[in-house]
Design a protein around this ligand. Structure first.
Ligand code: FAD
Length: 360
């Protein structure tokens, strides 16, 4: 389509839809409309983006597609923290503890059996392992480095306002069949649809990807301000799926205490027993947070569903009823930290589809 303006409808206004819209709208030939059931400011559990901590702690296995997407996102996050404090993203110290029992078993964030540093350690200039003398007795290894913390309330609105500034049209709507989105573009029929529906890709007509399930997360938001992001490996936690982590949202966003990772659990109400365990474990994990659970000043609690696709994020083009649909959904618990890598991949897929070779 040489020289022609290209109409694109994006379904979804979470971090995936908004980041994709932002990058696509940097090309003046692309006219972008977003249609979404939920928008920044809403907070149902099925809309994952407001519930994320959020931070950048790489979780993809070394050499995996996920690791590549995370690696591609880090320079963008770094740039936002360094040069755009209005984005709600700021640098923050991270400390990741591996318990003795979990060495080599707890995933990419934690210590390996042979003691080698994780692949992602080279992303951070100040990555180090703490001395044994600085660690509690039950801890085998503690990694410390400076990453970023994202105040999702500010950041989602910041993305939205950047999109509006680039001429993206945003409207509310519930799309029944993915190809219906093509006729919802404000200027005429869309040439392309981008599917950023997260968990609800499982119900979207024409897609109905039932492999996507919720990985339920429950959080508390407190006023206490420990000024650190920290967690501990949890294979020995009393309850399966329980986790302990905290992150201190910049810009007065409060501190998120988490949490849990409960696969295929659709309960969107907070479980009060779990809330008590979260507070107790977080105070134990980092005593500087509060002297006791009673000293936590709670703002609110809530539940969000991570859009888990066990086989990984879906980033590909499919032709449905003759309409090209580029998919970008299923990011599980790492949608922010892979957001720019994924959105750049969508831009390439769109360019291939419409025969553009120009780079953004
Ligand atoms: P969503 O945010 O769910 O957005 C989906 C959009 O699609 C919404 O606008 C919705 O209304 C719209 N939609 C769906 N179906 C339709 C339809 N039929 N018609 C119209 N609109 C539709 N990630 C990190 O990177 N770092 C973290 O620290 C982190 N912590 C997390 C902690 C918790 C407790 C949770 C729950 C998640 C966490 N995540 C984290 C994961 C991250 O939040 C998600 O991966 C990410 O938000 C997914 O974004 P999304 O835009 O793909 O989906």
């Amino acid at each position: 389509m040489p020289g022609q303006l290209i109409n694109i409808t994006i379904i979804g206004a979470g971090v995936s839809g908004l980041t994709t819209a932002l990058l696509l709208s940097q090309n003046p030939r692309f006219r972008v409309t977003i249609v979404a059931k939920y928008m920044p400011g809403d907070s149902p559990a099925e809309y994952a983006s407001p519930w994320a901590g959020a931070n950048f702690w790489p979780m993809g296995a070394e050499g995996s597609e996920q690791a590549k997407l995370e690696k591609a996102t880090w320079p963008e996050m770094y740039n936002l923290a360094k040069n755009h404090p209005d984005s709600g993203i700021a640098f923050q110290k991270s400390r990741l503890h591996t318990r003795h029992e979990d060495v080599g078993k707890a995933g990419t964030l934690f210590a390996t059996e042979d003691g080698s540093p994780p692949w992602w350690s080279t992303l951070f200039d100040d990555f180090k392992s703490l001395d044994k003398s600085q660690m509690p007795l039950d801890i085998h290894t503690a990694f410390e480095f400076t990453s970023v913390c994202i105040n999702t309330t500010i950041y989602l609105h910041w993305l939205l306002s950047k999109c509006l500034r680039n001429g993206v049209v945003v409207k509310r709507g519930v799309v029944d069949h993915v190809t219906d989105a093509a006729s919802l573009h404000t200027v005429g029929q869309s040439h392309l649809v981008v599917n950023c529906t997260g968990l609800m890709a499982r119900n979207l007509g024409g897609v109905e990807d039932k492999s996507v399930v919720p990985a339920r997360g429950q959080i508390m938001l407190v006023r206490n301000h420990p000024d650190i992001m920290t967690t501990a490996s949890s294979l020995v936690a009393a309850q399966p799926g329980d986790m302990a982590y905290m992150m201190c949202r910049p810009g007065g966003g409060g501190t998120i205490l988490g949490g849990c990772y409960q696969v295929d659990n659709w309960n969107d109400s907070p479980d009060h027993k779990l809330a008590e365990r979260i507070m107790k474990r977080c105070v134990e994990l980092y005593p500087e947070l509060a002297k006791s659970v009673d000293d936590l000043s709670v703002i609110r609690q809530g539940v969000g569903f991570r859009p888990l696709r066990p086989q990984g994020v879906r980033l590909e083009t499919e032709h449905i009823r003759g309409i090209p649909v580029v998919h970008n959904y299923g990011h599980g618990g790492w949608g922010y930290q892979s957001s720019y890598g994924c959105a750049k991949t969508v831009v390439s897929l769109v360019e291939q589809e419409v025969g553009l070779t120009a780079k953004l």
